[in-house]
Write a protein that binds this ligand. Sequence first.
Ligand code: SF4
Length: 413
Amino acid sequence: MSALRQGDIFAAGAERLQMTDSIELTIQSLQAYGADHPHWGIAWSGGKDSSATLSLIMWLIDTGKIPAPQTLTVFYADTRQELPPLAIAAQQIMDELEERGVRVEVVTAPLDKRFMVYILGRGVPPPNNNTLRWCTRQIKIDPMTAALEQRLRELDGNVLMITGVRQGESAIRDKRIEMSCGKDGAECGQGWYQKVLPEAKGLKGRLATLAPLLHWRVCHVWEWLKHWAPLAEFGDWSTVTIADAYGGDEAEEINARTGCTGCPLASEDKALDTILLNPTWSYLEPMKRIKPLWRELREPRHRLRKAGVERLKDGSIAANPQRMGPILLESRLMALEQLLTIQAEINNAAKRLGRPQVDMINTEEEARIRELIAAETWPDGWNGDEPIATTPLDKVFEDGSVQPLLFLEVPDV
Ligand code: SF4
């Protein structure tokens, strides 16, 4: 289904939607598109928009406001990078779903593709906004595609994948869905699910996506999570923790983006900063050191660089000569030790305070990272004997011409 058609339904909505109007438009969109699909899936990340979507749909089904599909599968995207209060709330909600007999699948990337293992074991630099945003596809989209493919093999008929993409009234005004998740308040990955999944190999033609909260204003999301969904009449969901994790009553003003702890792409750690203001979570303070660590690992002193002209398999010259590449083995070990220290500091405090512990790098992941480092594993196209990126080199241009090094610092003798 195109975003435009969904937008057409919402175009009927008033400019300043009231909560009940917002819910009514959600019902209309689910009635209009849900009936064509015998099977529904919900792409849920534990963030505010997808949690509001999930709990609202469950309530609408339970109360007969929308007809139940033949099957409903909730896909929880567990990146292993979630903020601890959100991960805990997600677990509670999963328990509540399972108590009702709802099928929940936890979707996690394979061990070698997980964020920590890929960076520290394989040496791929942390993502950034400019050149390398491998993370969303690898830890969210690809595992979700694989889980859906598997589910589709078990089902006859098409699947409607419901996402938590939300844009407020601009969705009605602009009649198109903006997929960016870099903006404040957005939930990383939801826009990608909306856009990429229907085109994914193995899903094409059998899967459509719908964003039934597209038109919701952020204040309605908070209102739902904090004051409606926790009430017995709306399903008794454990969503207060999610609203509180984002700043409780001030959550709307803070409007933090949902994503990984220490996301290198976000300009600030807004959600973590907000959580740390709450005395019950302040023992997570060492997590503030994660984001600077990712930034540090992108520095030339921790990385290799291609020295000269790089020939591709077809003989052509690679663009971007002398590009910086993977992280040095010793830098990966340094970062691993720092992350394990952060984890140990938090967990020691948690034990002392009787609070939940964190699971940033588990023993399986640590062992795999150490194994990959010991085996001197490098990303494709690198073998580890390239120079460190701080080494002065002759300049190589994109056409392959070389300008010799003009000035070389001679060490004092
Ligand atoms: S939250 Fe940040 S690190 Fe996590 S997948 Fe999204 S962009 Fe990547």
